[in-house]
Ligand binder design. Sequence first.
Ligand code: FE
Length: 338
Amino acid sequence: MMTTKSIFLGALTAAVATTAAAEGELNLYSSRHYDTDERLYSDFEEATGITINRIEGKADELLARLEAEGANSPADILLTVDTSRLARAKNAGVLQSIDSPVLEDKIPANLQDADNQWFGFSQRSRIIFFDKADVATAPATYLDLAKPEYKGQVCIRSSTNTYNQTLLASIVTHHGEEVAKDWAAGIVANMARDPQGGDTDQLRGIVSGECEIAVSNTYYFARAIRKEVKGVSDSIDTIGWTFPSQDAEGAHMNLSGAGIAAHAPNKDNAVKFLEYLASDSAQQYFSNGNDEFPVVAGVELAPSVAKLGEFKADDVVLSDVAKNIPTAQKIFNEVNWK
Ligand code: FE
């Protein structure tokens, strides 16, 4: 009988440390915050006989913990969300390069770190949603969203949100710092309210009438199609969406990915786990269980995700975008994006 041991951050460090060297184990530091990920882990345990010890926490806390533990860290894998965090983990020296022909072959090149220290396993698009009754012409591009005609209409999260940091970094990558700064200032001028809440709260703002336009990752909306999400699902037919910049770079893609810890005690198992995440069944799970886009070609989309329709995704090299995150943070401060 194999079970996933879920251990929350700060608790049971000693217990994890004593099991780290045992055979048939994998110590997974995860900041993915989705209950439905359970299946992902239990399927791996059943297929391989490897027991996963899961340490869950916020991304920044897990990263700080990895740094503090140094060479004594029991961590084998860091699984997290957003390119900015993967890049930060790499820069902090807590990951290692790995050589896996399977990952090399299956994961698109633009979703791999240049030194193979991290790989993306699922994507979401950060797109524009709008109130169909109130918005006659929705912004067609990210740059359009900053036009004066949308003054007082736009709801978007705070600048501390990593999704927004990576989105702005991608605008710096495509259009340069000056355009990106004008864009950010235009968004601040167009805000319907001070940034507050998560992506689902931006969608709720459309339903409540506070926002005409909202920026959110696709999976929050697709989730509200698949199951009941309070304040969104009931009125979901009133919300329209556009995948921005279809005649240009394409819609910005947010990434969830993982890397192997620099001092992984169970490195072979860690490689197996990452290769498992690239398998068709795990890829299918990301879509069915959490309404994400698989990164491996040919994997079918969940009905909730397929409903969003086909679109052109920005295929910019995400490790290049990550280099512009400090510039994005500087711009956020300069334009006073709260
Ligand atoms: Fe999220």
